[in-house]
Design a binder for this molecule. Structure first.
Ligand code: UTP
Length: 478
């Protein structure tokens, strides 16, 4: 049991049931062993293992604290735009790119890919990374993102290790899929797959931990902020140290447009001496559904759109002294971390706040029947990776173009953004633009897709000898 936790000890049989009841009743959780006498020994073992993994005191405190009490209106009124690299001259870009290329070629960069989410909104029956998103190729999110790492390795002729975070919900299927596909060309020794932690879901009104079966607690992943603790526990952090990595490129599995290992972004980060850099996109309106990166009291932090958007116009539309909107910087969830910063942050990992979300969670009702509610019945506890931002001594925001870097897949349909159709359309538009900028003629009606293996970036595309002059029909360049 980790130090400081108050999980119950694993006991079996009738006498032990009394001990369990006594321990659980301190926290009002004795319902969890309601079915104990009917369970087989292996089921009793499974349940006691689940119970052992829970810090009941922590759950009690989180429930008692309730949902967020932050005064968002007061914070939003004090917020300023974050320190940012926005408009850049060709010369500045060139300088940043050269620096980024240097750090890549020196083998100082690793990549972290978080893929532990349950993908509930998408409603796909496998981990989201397996979703076939390539508009013509049908390539999965994993394939596209892995091949971007392959392309960066080839371009800079260097090993770039990839750390993939999964969760109890996604681990097995992800590992099997990646092995079956030979890691899409990455050497297996350079792919480290590790599992994040989990937190139990509790009933919204009583705080009682939910059961998803008579011998199984309803757990969910502990949020992408569970990364730090998972890096340490899985020894992935030690692996990074052994490889002398100086910085990590962080991305999430749902965005196939992520410019993985982008030299310019890395260069801006290095040039500024930043500990944590975030790629931002300019919001189209202040109420865009994107996290707002701001500066409050000299610290960079995020105000989520769900906190900002309900506030009055005179706050949401605020401008700084130069007449620029305060809330312009939308979070893409693409970050660069200094390794030393990540290492330092492992000491505060336990202190990162839990965010509480009301969600529908399937659980056993009083009659012991599994019920899938349509409305939120449960509270889930998650840590967020962006809560590291205010801890950085120097954090930076770099602006990218939405159409070139940001197309996250979130929903099955029904939204103007974030659905498979809209993500595929955005990928096609982006690849068409790439071809045009490399001098290729292509009409707006012609579908095209470029595999990351064909070209790492526009520069590489331009110098390909087999690049067609004109694309007149559906084409997958690979
Ligand atoms: P989201 O917060 O959008 O969650 O994750 P999701 O699982 O993709 O989708 P919903 O909300 O259930 O519909 C953003 C990214 O963070 C990762 C996800 O895999 C995705 O890449 N993530 C999220 C984790 O790795 N672990 C988590 O606990 C949560």
């Amino acid at each position: 049991m980790p130090a400081g936790t108050t999980g119950v000890a694993p006991f079996f049989g009738t006498m032990q049931q009394d001990v369990l009841r006594q321990q659980l009743s301190q926290f009002g959780q004795e319902h969890l062993i309601r079915y104990w006498p009917d369970l087989r020994t292996d089921e009793q073992f499974a349940l006691s293992r689940d119970l052992l993994a829970i810090d009941f005191r922590q759950i009690q405190q989180l429930f008692a604290a309730g949902e967020d009490h932050t005064n968002w209106s007061e914070l939003a009124e004090r917020a300023l735009p974050p320190p940012a690299v926005r408009e850049r001259t060709a010369e500045q870009n060139q300088h940043a790119r050269a620096l980024g290329q240097q750090t890549l070629a020196a083998g100082e960069v690793g990549v972290i890919l978080t893929a532990g989410g349950q993908g509930t909104r998408l409603g796909f029956d496998q981990p989201k990374g397996l979703f076939p998103i390539g508009p013509l190729s049908g390539a999965s999110l994993f394939q596209i993102l892995f091949e971007k790492v392959v392309a960066a390795r080839t371009r800079f002729n260097v090993a770039i290790p990839l750390y993939v975070m999964t969760s109890q919900a996604t681990h097995h299927a992800t590992e099997q899929y990646l092995q079956r596909n030979q890691f899409f060309g990455l050497p297996p020794e350079d792919v480290v797959i590790f599992q994040q932690g989990r937190m139990p879901a509790v009933d919204c009104s009583t705080g009682q931990v939910l059961l998803e079966d008579r011998h199984r607690v309803a757990f969910s992943p502990d949020g992408h902020g569970g990364l730090l603790e998972a890096l340490v526990r899985s020894k992935a952090m030690a692996d990074m140290q052994r490889r002398n990595l100086a910085r990590l490129f962080y991305l999430q599995v749902d965005n196939p447009l992520t410019p993985v290992c982008d030299p310019e972004l890395l260069g801006c980060h290095v040039a500024a001496g930043s500990e944590m850099t975030t790629l931002a996109i300019a919001k189209q309106s202040s109420r865009d559904k994107l996290g707002n990166i701001v500066n409050i009291d000299g610290r960079v932090q995020i105000i989520e759109y769900s906190e900002l958007n309900p506030l009055a116009d005179d706050i949401v539309e605020r401008q700084d002294m130069h007449g620029q909107p305060v809330f312009w910087a939308g979070n893409t969830a693409i970050h660069i971390f200094e390794f030393a910063f990540l290492q330092r942050m492992t000491e505060v990992a336990e202190g990162l706040p839990f965010h509480i979300a009301r969600k529908p969670v399937s659980s056993l009702n009083d009659a012991g029947i599994l019920v899938a509610p349509k409305e939120p019945n449960a509270l889930k506890f998650e840590r967020f990776i962006f809560d590291l931002l205010p801890h950085a001594e120097h954090a930076l925001v770099v602006e990218g173009k939405r159409e070139a870097v940001f197309a996250p897949l979130k929903n099955a349909s029904g939204e103007p953004f974030d659905s498979p159709e809209s993500v595929r359309a955005q990928m096609t538009d982006f690849h068409r633009d790439w071809l045009r900028s490399a001098g290729v003629e292509i009409s707006d009606e012609t579908a095209v897709e470029i595999s990351p293996r064909f070209a790492f970036d526009e520069d590489e595309l331009r110098v390909r000898k087999d690049l067609p002059k004109r694309v007149t029909h559906e084409t997958y360049l690979r």
